[in-house]
Design a protein around this ligand. Structure first.
Ligand SMILES: [Fe+2]
Ligand SMILES: [Fe+2]
Length: 240
């Protein structure tokens, strides 16, 4: 699938949160709030990035359509942060300015070129795929459930979009270097699962995710990504 199609997708999806009912009378219970507070604060912060480094690395690809698409992708991630932030304001949950986990991810993203940046990004997107499912199951708030569903749908597309670019790099690697980078990526993914579990387990547990279920489902999505990259499979996306 071409970047033109991805650009059309992100453009068409830009009004995706318009149907939210901000006047829904159901608020978080005290118990729900206690469970999700520090966790949602960190995810809201993590979604909020200006994408300066991603943009700078993407520029080196020399493809203006890819640049446009990256711009729209960054805007969509910022929209996630914005909607989560509005939800937190409504529920009296303060926003945070920084978090050490987020700082580590940002540092890792800046380490090398576009391939590394995208890979670190896609790890966060794979985690999001499971986390927002748990958050959906951990609350009775209709508004938060709808926000989670929309983010989950967006993250599917984000993973497929990043796989499209990662395949470009994969095709240029020797067998050995492809194997080394896949082992490294799997190690990074597994390590991230452990860190996220330590910090977010109240939400994951109340969303019916014990450690092994969280680990297995995350690694399953990771393997799907691997297939998308390696075999150039395209997800059955509704809008294609
Ligand atoms: Fe996101
Ligand atoms: Fe994403």
């Amino acid at each position: 699938m071409s970047y033109e199609k991805w650009r059309s997708y992100f453009t068409a999806n830009s009004s995706h949160f318009e149907g939210l009912d901000w006047n829904d009378p159901v608020h978080l219970t005290q118990l729900e709030k206690a469970r999700i507070l520090s966790s949602i604060q960190q995810f809201q912060k993590g979604e909020q990035s200006e994408g300066k480094h991603l943009f700078a690395f993407a520029k080196k690809m020399g493809d203006p359509v890819y640049m446009d698409t990256i711009r729209l992708f960054i805007r969509e991630e910022q929209k996630h942060a914005c909607v989560l932030g509005e939800f937190m304001d409504r529920e009296g949950i303060p926003r945070i300015r920084e978090h050490w986990v987020d700082n580590i991810f940002r540092w890792l993203r800046k380490l090398a070129g576009l391939e590394n940046t995208i890979f670190i990004l896609v790890i966060a997107e794979i985690i999001a795929k499971i986390y927002y499912k748990a958050l959906y199951q951990a609350t009775e708030s209709n508004l938060l459930k709808k926000i989670c569903l929309q983010i989950l749908q967006d993250e599917d597309y984000h993973i497929a979009f990043q796989a499209h670019t990662l395949r470009y790099f994969f095709k240029r690697k020797s067998r050995l270097s492809a194997m080394i980078s896949r082992i490294w990526h799997r190690f990074l993914m597994a390590g991230t699962v452990c860190v996220v579990w330590l910090y977010h387990r109240p939400v994951l547990k109340s969303g019916a995710f014990g450690f092994w279920k969280f680990y297995e489902e995350t690694m399953e999505v990771f393997s799907d990504l691997d297939i998308l990259i390696k075999y150039n499979k395209t997800l059955q996306l509704a809008w294609i």
